[in-house]
Write a protein that binds this ligand. Sequence first.
Ligand code: NAI
Ligand code: ENO
Length: 323
Amino acid sequence: MSVHFRKLALIGIGLIGSSIALAARRQGLVEVISIATRKQDTLDEARELGLGDIYTLDAAEAVRGADLVILCTPVGAYESVIKTIAPALEPGAIVSDVGSVKGHVIKALAPHIPEGVSLIPGHPLAGTEHSGPAAGFAELFTGRWCVLTPTEDVNPAQTEKLAAFWRAMGSQVEAMDAAHHDMVLAITSHIPHLVAYNIVGTVADLEAATQSEVIKFSASGFRDFTRIAASDPVMWRDVFLTNRDAVLEMLGRFTEDLSVLQRAVRTGDGPALEAMFTRTRAIRRSIISAGQETAAPDFGRPHEAPPASPLPIVREHGGGDDA
Ligand SMILES: NC(=O)C1=CN([C@@H]2O[C@H](COP(=O)(O)OP(=O)(O)OC[C@H]3O[C@@H](n4cnc5c(N)ncnc54)[C@H](O)[C@@H]3O)[C@@H](O)[C@H]2O)C=CC1
Ligand SMILES: O=C(O)C(=O)Cc1ccc(O)cc1
């Protein structure tokens, strides 16, 4: 399976877009990289960093002749981006993205995808709290999962080609139903961010004297929350606006469980607290040992991709093996 694309168009060039540009170039996966952004300043910064070959404020111009187009903007911008680029998309092209939410993305993009173009949404489960073109680095995806959520009408060969591209950048790839993705990510990523925003917000609302004590004596627990709560406000606003149902479903369970803990604290139920904390410690340990077992190999040489394997699709209800 060739992992080579002729022209990669990146729409939006922040942390994720710039990391793709650097990784794809380092691995020799594309001939030409064209970059489109909304703001001149961002485009100038991308040019100074040497992230691509073509720089434009016109997203339609960026995608002309591209066989791979990846949307790397906050998900709230997708509808206006796809309306701009749709008339310029080439037959045979793959349109993908990196957004943290997948159901909404399919709803926003699918109606505008021209005949002969494959829509294969994606989500690298890798990132940091930093944003902008200078925040990217080529190793970001190494050893990290990338989830693809192809719609049922997409040719499996196109999905496999995109999967090979991500593998060549060091990721492990899994195909999944979009609704399933959104439910899993609601609890593993979106609610942890909401909790971090909330706890840091609670501290920010404390009276000044207490607040400075908190900051002075903050141990690593609170500091970790402040890192997450420093994540990009626009990107996370869009995640919560577009994954509302799954987030509310998981938040319901979360608050129920928090009430159980609250009661255990109030009633001084030591065994209940210890039992809960023992269970959660075991989860942390199993994640760490699973991480060691599944660490992706280092694909040091250009054009070298791991062997392709067919992509089973994890579906929310029932489920098939169709890639
Ligand atoms: N930050 C993270 O850790 C991760 C983010 N993601 C997803 O990746 C996407 C991008 O996130 P980041 O790279 O972190 O954001 P970022 O804020 O670093 O970059 C976003 C880029 O999009 C540009 N942009 C915004 N609206 C635009 C428009 N209408 N047209 C063209 N360009 C536009 C911005 O100027 C900026 O260059 C988001 O959808 C996010 O959900 C996925 C995995 C991890
Ligand atoms: O910085 C962190 O800890 C993250 O969790 C990064 C991240 C943010 C959003 C995603 O959709 C995936 C990964």
